[in-house]
Design a protein around this ligand. Structure first.
Ligand code: FNR
Length: 368
């Protein structure tokens, strides 16, 4: 029976255990240039030290206008790749696999950091014009940044930006690429009828709304080596029953299209399409049923990861032992405890299956 500290091989890439650090924006770029700083190095590096099998970077913008805030990481040039190299090498030196979340924020771009209120930033305040499937802005209390509906050239540019971002990510040393198709950002905005009212081949039917994320996945796969996996994070549902919206049934259908496009695993999250798009309850494993639905209803054998409300080793162990998902992706618990992986391994009796760094060994063998 598979357990939390068994490896998972996707294509030819072996992830040493199922515990994954969820992508989490750090809003910590110093000069608004998208370049990684010591904070990113320590944030990702310490979680590799801490026993995670796969360490995913924060949403990393494939072009400057795809950043949520001016302080987001970017991957739109070789300089950006260079700034991340030491981090990916360090993550690998700790036995973990470094992954990058390739992202474009669409209409949720150009705002201040959460601790500054997530307020819209206008171009004269260091913000920029944002692009989206339609010119309907995110419904801020204040005036939104100028929001433009993308034309065919914009769409082609975004697909190219994801392809080039993936090339730079490979040069930076990442082994896993995750396409961010969730949380109300650009690709999800195309998927959801809540935000997509286009009447061209990128709007209307399910196939048309799914076209952009499919083409982006194909573009990433074109440059991502055959032996390395591509993941896609989706919002399994919009949590919007009041209107035509994105649903878990569509997510399962999309998983098959993405599998054909070269994706190996769907990371199943939810929500984010509009300010009222939240689950009623967000307790332990609150998105696991969505991942299970995708896995059971997709016709392909695409793998799934679950994220959301996993805070204890036992939860992660039960998810894998009961074969409910292939990866257990953990966000906030890894903020509280960078060594959650080591703690989990010791608590569950798998201490021999993780490498405690020699520098830290006495902390795990001597209690006083
Ligand atoms: C997030 N989340 C997130 N998701 C994502 O896909 N890309 C991102 O960059 C971020 N950024 C981010 C920052 C911070 C500070 C938090 C707390 C969350 C969502 C995150 O990856 C995860 O899906 C949720 O936090 C739910 O998982 P947990 O926290 O319940 O384990």
């Amino acid at each position: 029976m598979t357990h939390l500290f068994d490896s998972l091989t996707l294509r030819e890439t072996e992830i040493p255990n199922r515990l994954t650090v969820s992508p989490m924006c750090q809003y910590s770029v110093e000069d608004r240039d998208g370049l990684a700083t010591p904070w990113h190095h320590v944030h990702l590096g310490s979680r590799a030290v801490g026993g995670a099998g796969l360490v995913l970077s924060e949403a990393t913008a494939v072009e400057p206008r795809g950043r949520i805030t001016p302080e987001d990481l970017g991957i739109w040039s070789e300089e950006h790749a260079e700034a991340l190299k030491e981090t990916t090498e360090f993550v690998k030196s700790q036995g973990a696999v470094p992954g990058i979340q390739l992202a474009h924020a669409g209409r949720k771009a150009s705002k201040t950091r959460p601790w500054e209120g997530s307020e819209p930033l206008q171009p004269d305040e260091g913000g920029w014009e944002v692009v989206a499937p339609s010119d309907e802005p995110w419904p801020y209390d204040e005036e939104a940044p100028p929001t433009r509906a993308m034309d065919a050239d914009d769409i082609a540019d975004v697909i190219d930006a994801f392809r080039e971002g993936a090339e730079h990510a490979l040069d930076a040393g990442f082994e896993v690429a995750e396409v961010h198709g969730a949380h109300g950002y650009l690709l999800h905005e195309f998927l959801s009828p809540v935000t997509n009212d286009r009447d061209d081949e990128y709007g209307g039917s399910f196939e048309n709304r799914a076209r952009l994320v499919r083409e982006v996945t194909e573009a990433v796969r074109e440059v991502w080596p055959d032996e390395k996996p591509v993941l896609v994070r989706l919002s399994g549902t919009d949590w919007r029953e009041d209107t035509e919206s994105w649903t878990v049934e569509q997510s399962a259908r999309l998983a098959d299209l993405l599998h054909e496009a070269g994706a190996d695993l769907i990371d199943v999250s939810s929500g984010g399409i509009s300010p009222d798009a939240f689950p009623d309850w967000a307790g332990p494993n609150y998105q696991l049923a969505l991942a299970e639905h995708v896995r059971e209803n997709a016709e392909s054998d695409i793998a799934v990861g679950t994220v959301g409300g996993v805070t204890t080793p036992e939860q992660g162990e039960a998810i894998v032992r009961n074969d409910r998902a292939d990866l257990v992706i953990v966000g906030r618990e890894f903020l509280r405890d960078p060594y959650f992986g080591l703690h989990a391994a010791h608590e569950l009796g798998y201490a021999d299956e993780v490498d405690v760094p020699v520098q830290y060994a006495r902390g795990f063998t001597e209690r006083l």
